[in-house]
Ligand binder design. Structure first.
Ligand code: 13P
Length: 259
């Protein structure tokens, strides 16, 4: 059975005071919540500080990016083994904002996926279609091609202990989430696509939804059978709102779980 996973992607937000205040508040809010895995992804510079404040908690640490090299003359970069060294567990790759603003290709993202797996960390691979692709009925083809680069390079077993985050670009930071049935359709497609390669891997892989998730729409998204939690942007910046999303995931009843 899959446990939901909620990750708060702070993107380029926060400061050192927020890190300590947020984590103290979140730990209080979630002290009695079970049945949902949780991680926060503050900007790189605050990861170590966040780790300190997370000591003794089950809330995990997630990085927003990683370089494809382990070490060397790569000014400004941060490697997967450094992230492992400071206690990160997950690393987000393939986010639309990096694909778009930093021109990261599918192949480059697959290299990141490989280096993260080599370090024993967990990649959170973001995939998803643009508005134009959605309107041209290309959603499935786009998601398949974004999965293919990893499947072709590393095989389906690479998705053992990896996370997929379906984030339709048109839903990111727009306040316009995909409706739960739309999202479920794509999540099911993603899982079925992996079934073609390896059913056991497909059955266990966590597929998060991302794009304008908030405390109001979370519960309905999480009742969908193939939506295993969320990658949350804006709504992850306030501890009480983020905690409400985590609680919705912890309490969500899947259709097959009620019978
Ligand atoms: P929002 O929740 O702000 O739409 O951002 C989603 C996202 O990009 C998470 O990675």
């Amino acid at each position: 059975m899959r446990h939901p996973l909620i990750i708060g992607n702070w993107k380029l937000h926060g400061n050192k005071h927020m890190v300590s205040n947020f984590i103290t508040a979140l730990r209080n809010e979630l002290s009695s919540v079970i049945g949902c895995d949780v991680a926060i992804a503050p900007p790189m510079i605050y990861l170590d500080r966040a780790k300190y404040h997370l000591t003794g908690s089950s809330i995990a640490l997630c990085a927003q990016n990683v370089d494809t090299h382990v070490s060397g003359a790569f000014t400004g970069e941060i490697s997967a083994n450094m992230l492992k060294d400071i206690g990160a567990k997950y690393i987000i790759i393939g986010h639309f904002e990096r694909r778009s603003y930093h021109k990261e290709s599918n192949e480059y993202i697959a290299e990141k996926f490989a280096i993260i797996k080599n370090e024993g960390l967990i990649p959170v691979l973001c995939i998803g279609e643009s508005k134009a692709e959605n309107e041209a009925y290309q959603t499935e083809a786009v998601c398949a091609s974004q999965l293919d680069v990893v499947l072709n390079r590393m095989g389906a077993k690479a998705f053992e202990n990896a996370i997929i985050a379906y984030e339709p670009l048109w839903a990111i930071s727009t306040g316009k989430s995909a409706n739960p049935f739309q999202a479920q359709r794509v999540h099911k497609f993603i899982r079925d696509y992996l079934v073609l390669h390896d059913d056991a891997v497909a059955e266990q892989v966590i597929i998060q939804y991302g794009g304008s998730v908030n405390a109001g729409n979370a519960a309905e998204l999480f009742t969908q059978p193939d939506i295993d939690g969320a990658l949350v942007g804006g709504a992850s910046l306030k501890a009480d709102v983020f905690a409400a999303i985590v609680k919705a995931a912890a309490q969500a009843k899947k259709p097959d779980a009620s019978s």
